[in-house]
Design a protein around this ligand. Sequence first.
Ligand code: NAD
Length: 247
Amino acid sequence: MKQSDLKSKSVLITGASRGIGRAVAESLAAAGARLTVTCRSSAEELQRFAASLEDRYEIPCVPLVFDVADPEACRTALSGLSSLDIVINNAGISRFGLLQELPETDLNDILATDLTGPFHILKYAVPLLLQSEAARIINISSVWGSRGAAMETAYSAAKGGLDALTRSLAKELAPSGIPVNAIACGVIDTDMNREHLSEEELEILKEEIPAGRFGTTQDVAETVLALLAAPSYLTGQIIALDGGWQV
Ligand code: NAD
């Protein structure tokens, strides 16, 4: 799908009030796509962002506030869409801590947001995607999904599950010509990391990355556009975007 082919495509992007999802939404709006953007609770921020995309790019952009961890909310949100070509499962959370100290509620929140959330979004999106002639699915994963990370066992397990979901659904949907891929991000400079790590910890982390810098949300948005432009024969892949960090 060339960038020009994104014009008027109907795209759902979860977790688009800030960070990676917001940058992806901006890029797709610039390409002329019709957007539905979601977040969990920042209703005003999301509404302002959607209105600004509509103004600047003259595209429709519908803001929806719901919790992807709630299967019924996913069903309701998707049932409100008349058509859908592309799903970007981006909403996610992470918590730091030793496994034995991780509260049960945190474990459940992480799994419900980062793994079963995308599962339920896709469960209700696939029937719509099957009616599209150019359907695509991209899941935003993490390098920890395949490598694992100390202090982020639940997050790593959820993203590993998301990678497996990506590969499995790719096989299920390949006969219908729908590619399903994931982008496994390394460290991307967003609030998600700034909320967990001090400036000093971020500097130490940066030194581990061969590229010498964190990824930007723009790097992720450009990778999404590249994947959308790739042949549909490219499916079931977990593409690492990490500056050479976990190669
Ligand atoms: P962020 O915290 O800046 O933004 C997260 C977005 O997801 C927000 O819009 C938030 O409202 C939404 N969200 C969170 N929980 C939700 C829920 N239960 N229901 C609906 N929406 C919800 O995060 P980010 O850094 O932009 O990360 C986006 C994605 O990229 C996540 O899936 C994350 O795991 C993944 N990722 C990020 C990094 C990184 O370094 N930032 C690295 C690897 C993977």
